[in-house]
Design a binder for this molecule. Sequence first.
Ligand SMILES: Cc1cc2nc3c(=O)[nH]c(=O)nc-3n(C[C@H](O)[C@H](O)[C@H](O)COP(=O)(O)OP(=O)(O)OC[C@H]3O[C@@H](n4cnc5c(N)ncnc54)[C@H](O)[C@@H]3O)c2cc1C
Ligand code: FES
Ligand code: FES
Length: 480
Amino acid sequence: MNLKSPIRFILNDQEVTAWETPGRLVLDYLRDSERLTGTKEGCKEGDCGACTVLLGSLDKGRVRYVPMTSCLIPMGELMGKHLVSIEGLNMEMLSPVQAALVDCGGTQCGYCTPGFVVSMTGWLMDETQALDAGGVKIAISGNLCRCTGYRSIKEAGEQVLDKLASGLSGENRITDLCQKEALPAYFETIPERLAALEHPENSDFNIEGGRPLVIAGGTDIYVQRGAEIPETPVQLLNSGDAVPPVVEADGNLIVDARMSFQAFGDDPLIQEAIPEIQAYNYLIASWPIRTRATLGGNICNASPIADMTCLLLALDAQLSVEGGDEPRHLALKDFFLGYKQLAKIEEEVIKTIEFGKPDGSTRIHWEKVSKRPVLDIATVNSAARFEVDGSFIKEAHLALGGVAAIPLYLHETCQFLSNQSLTAELVMEAVAIAQTEFQPISDVRGSADYKRLLARQLLLALFLKCFPEVISEEVVYEAL
Ligand SMILES: Cc1cc2nc3c(=O)[nH]c(=O)nc-3n(C[C@H](O)[C@H](O)[C@H](O)COP(=O)(O)OP(=O)(O)OC[C@H]3O[C@@H](n4cnc5c(N)ncnc54)[C@H](O)[C@@H]3O)c2cc1C
Ligand code: FES
Ligand code: FES
């Protein structure tokens, strides 16, 4: 089967048409076909950031760039976009980011350096990112360095801030950066050139016969099946229309399942509904992974420790699913049948995720424990949503991850807590009931006993956070 299609996009400063299979990795294309070897291959699993590129999409006349690990991006997604590799950031002189890394001793063997330059430059270009020391840390959160120990790299970031931050407007950082010779001047021509780019025929990669493999952000599927995907027919959920923002309808929030973790956390309706969402997001993967990882992919990968799935279970989310005989709706809590077994046929795709809009009587919290505090997968995670009237619980929704074969909705505990007045005794009883709803196994993340203990602590943490006026740490310690 010939899977190759023409893919038209702008690579650095050049319009190109690449004849490629849509599932081939951008990293392999850059290095092996284009011989642009500044983009490095490290882990090929999204962990090290050596392969970071920027992907620019036209949005209302502006191009917005997002840092991504090219080892997880399918070629088909480049259609109509601007792909920037490290070579596309080079100018006659070193850019301020490159110069700062040299000045501060932020590069030794140099293998990681292109990735750091691309990530830091992408951060400077993105008006939604704060230009402060915290922002530097987020900017480089997806890049590993074996040589420097990071201090000199962070200092380089701060030097860049000193040099550039005050002159960058909130409006159009790209123009400002071009004027300051921190970006090549051709970036200013890209919006017009992308708008004029013609899509070749056969640009939806439709393959006759054979069931295509669904790929959203690719952050799970490429790690699991990376070797076979280039030769497999694929359905790229991210290659079509842009993902719309969250909408509100009839008291519900409706989220496109293709929405990335980052876009979810940045969405104004979600920030209003879940005020701590950005703090949660900070504990989930790195910036370049969050820009790719989708909510639908997190659910369908069905990892027992999926972080957003745990939160969505507690939000009592409903899914709309299409691709079978007819569109249908089902509750997320009914979606997991067993380890990686889903209540859907292969052809079905999750379109939207919907949950009741939280209001003044809603309490929500999410907790995660992992071996490292940030940038690590969970050992155990937990989330809760309570609908309350003072200390009376009208409805309770609790979820736990990492303690069963599936992301777990605690049906019995939720039922027990609903329509009850909350007291410290009730909390202890609920936690005891919860312990009967799962059977953790020992694995590399921790022993079964440790996970059981963590589950108890995290459930208590949810109550402490949601009901500080009813239950305190002292009361919990006394009751334990
Ligand atoms: C370095 C790294 C760090 C990570 N850290 C975390 C972390 O801290 N927490 C966490 O929870 N996860 C983490 N992940 C895992 C991953 O990023 C998430 O699970 C992510 O949400 C997967 O989404 P995706 O869009 O990339 O899925 P994909 O890889 O595109 O797809 C995953 C599966 O879901 C299917 N699928 C995708 N979308 C749909 C849909 N709409 N309908 C039907 N089927 C669909 C695909 O066919 C595939 O089987 C990490 C991954 C990496 C590489
Ligand atoms: S090669 Fe390590 S993140 Fe891509
Ligand atoms: S300088 Fe060697 S890995 Fe970073």
